[in-house]
Write a protein that binds this ligand. Structure first.
Ligand code: SF4
Length: 322
């Protein structure tokens, strides 16, 4: 029986764009708009969706970079949304993030040794005389050599910088790591190396991942379960094998059809989505995927479908499934 590490309930993050003369919000960008799912201990949960669907904002809410507008985040049974700033900071150590851009996420004025040592020192995890040893251990864990600790970020390639970012996240011995598109800024040849490294570290350190990506091909190898997000909502969640073998939501089907297939005999017809993504400022009343859906029915424009369990552990939000 798996143990739930994080339980996210009806979480929303709205950014206020405009207010009335009393300062009350009149226009808001609904980046995340009522998302519920759980992440089990030791699991890698893949979160997939196009740019702008709210997946990075969701990740930032979970690591306390943004305050949620509403909803609950339970971590090891404790509701993080009711904690004060100081109490929340003590939990931040347990939930770390690996950022998408390995160029922007490292301080160019600090050596990589100092970058990795900084969170250890701030959180007072080790006596000062043991920090150096720990930094060298972490560098080795991510495939970098001890002599590289005195070098600066600009002296490294993109893949190496991402390894530094991973070492920095590991420095505070987190329980959950939010990996925000950690390979999308890297060359294709380097992506597999970093994915393998993350996979190995997960086993070695007993980590749990929320792995964010914009394509289903990237999360396929690393995830145990996958959630598909569209315009601030989750539209499908299923165990990896089930999702790839039996995608139910039309949007998931379209994403899967975009994965290149090497074997010409297994080639599937590509589903090209037409129409525009609605604005997250003015979301439609019914199904949010209506304007692009190739299976749209009359009721789709009127009622928003709820996320329902269609078969064991397979959830979908679509009126095609009762
Ligand atoms: Fe398409 Fe309707 Fe299902 Fe939305 S609810 S995905 S519009 S079939």
């Amino acid at each position: 029986m798996s143990e739930v590490l994080m339980d996210i309930q009806n979480l929303a993050k709205h950014f206020i764009i405009d207010t009335d003369f009393r300062g009350r919000p009149v226009t808001a960008l609904k980046a995340v708009d009522g998302v519920s799912f759980t992440i089990d201990k030791g699991e890698a949960f893949g979160l997939v969706g196009e740019s702008g669907c709210g997946k990075t904002t969701l990740g930032k809410v979970l690591v306390n970079l943004y305050r949620p507008t509403k909803g609950k985040i339970y971590f090891e049974g404790k509701d993080l949304t009711v904690l004060n700033e100081e109490q929340r900071r003590s939990y931040c150590k347990d939930i770390q993030m690996i950022f998408q851009d390995p160029y922007a996420s490292l301080n160019p004025k600090m050596s990589i040794g100092d970058i990795i040592a900084e969170p250890i020192i701030i959180n007072r995890l080790l006596p000062k005389n043991q920090v150096e040893e720990r930094v060298i251990y972490l560098l080795n864990c991510v495939g970098l050599a001890r002599h590289q600790r005195n070098r600066y970020p600009h002296e490294f390639s993109g893949g190496q910088r991402q390894r530094v970012g991973i070492a920095r996240a590991l420095a505070v011995e987190p329980k959950l790591i939010v990996c925000d598109e950690p390979v999308s800024a890297l060359d294709v040849s380097i992506q597999a190396q970093v994915l393998n490294l993350l996979s190995n570290l997960k086993e070695e350190f007993g980590l749990t991942y929320l792995f964010i990506a914009h394509g289903l091909n990237v999360v396929k190898h690393i995830s145990d379960r996958v959630g598909v997000m569209y315009l601030g909502k989750l539209v499908e969640i299923a165990p990896k094998r089930e999702l790839y073998a039996n995608p139910l939501h039309p949007y998931t089907q379209a994403l899967l059809s975009a994965i290149p297939v090497i074997n010409p005999e297994k080639k599937k017809e590509r589903i090209i989505l037409e129409g525009d993504v609605p604005s997250p400022i003015n979301t439609p009343a019914g199904c949010r995927f209506c304007s692009r859906c190739f299976k749209e029915m009359d009721q789709c424009k009127l009622n928003e479908p709820a996320l329902k369990e269609i078969s064991p552990n397979h959830f979908v939000a679509c009126h095609l499934f009762k």
